[in-house]
Design a protein around this ligand. Structure first.
Ligand code: NAP
Length: 251
């Protein structure tokens, strides 16, 4: 039986991370050909071996999302290997927790470069192939911290708010060109990115997990949102924000 992404080529950034690898696993199960992109070549190789063992067609591409040259190389590799690109999932991201006064200029620039500029660079570099697909989808990863304030993580909040509106303006720009653009907004998800924070809270219920569900989410609970927006079931959905947060922003 064909999968929900059979016949599509999908590029996932931050592919070896928590949410990225869960998304790659699900996309492989749903029949996509995958371009897995991340910083760490060793981790990429390990992920490629795991996905190929499940029968997926995989290209591993080392990519620094904050570099336009790196994006051009990854897209060229994709074009040479698969000749097309139908789905771009921008997952790569970094966090820094200080607020307005605690954030250094260096950290501000790095977080903006990866989360915000990296998302724009990815859409820009991939757009010619995505337009040529005629039925393409971009899924950008924002956050609940792109929707509401936390009193911390100044650079991260700014970058994730920017990803939300970058997504909407791209959705409008490409609405008649066969490219849909949407954002996913995870709540607190147990991944390497926030493991220190979860551990710091000690035993019992971490303060950060103030969700009505009283738990952190799992990466595998974000991947289906990526899948819905990547595939044809969301063919009339563009410019939307899909919040997957256990009710955190429902308060
Ligand atoms: P993660 O496990 O740390 O994954 C992030 C991945 O991005 C890592 O593989 C990391 O590689 C990669 N990366 C970092 N800088 C990069 C760069 N310049 N170029 C390419 N790849 C780069 O974190 P995650 O929780 O899965 O986060 C995935 C996305 O979800 C992020 O955009 C994050 O902001 C968002 N998000 C996460 C949560 C959460 O609670 N976890 C909540 C809301 C939104 P290295 O490990 O080699 O640095």
């Amino acid at each position: 039986m064909p999968g929900r992404l059979t016949g599509k080529v999908a590029l996932i950034t931050g592919a070896t991370g928590g949410i990225g690898s869960a998304t790659a696993d699900l996309f492989a199960r749903e029949g996509a050909c995958l371009v897995i992109a991340d910083l760490d070549a060793e981790a990429l190789r390990a992920l490629a071996v795991r996905l190929e063992a499940k029968g997926a067609d995989v290209l591993a591409a080392r990519l620094d999302v904050s570099s336009s040259e790196s994006w051009d190389e990854a897209i060229e590799l994709t074009r040479r290997r698969f000749g097309r690109l139908d789905v771009l999932v921008n997952v790569a991201g970094i966090v820094d927790w200080p607020g307005i006064e605690g954030t250094t200029r260096e950290s501000w620039d790095r977080v903006i470069a990866v989360n915000q500029t990296g998302t724009w660079l990815g859409m820009k570099a991939a757009m010619p192939l995505l337009r040529a697909s005629g039925n393409a989808s971009i899924v950008n990863t924002s956050s609940v911290l792109g929707l509401v304030g936390s009193g911390a993580a100044a650079a991260y909040q700014a970058s994730k708010g920017a990803v939300r509106l970058l997504t909407k303006t791209a959705a409008v720009e490409y609405a008649t060109q066969g490219v849909r653009v949407n954002s996913v907004h995870p709540g607190v998800i147990a991944t390497p990115m926030i493991q220190d924070l979860l551990d710091e809270q000690g035993d019992g219920q971490p303060d950060i997990v103030r969700t009505p569900m009283r738990r952190a989410g799992r990466p595998a609970e974000i991947a289906p949102a990526m899948l819905f927006l990547a595939g044809d079931e969301s063919s009339f959905v563009t410019g939307t924000e899909l919040v997957v947060d256990g009710g955190l922003t429902a308060y």
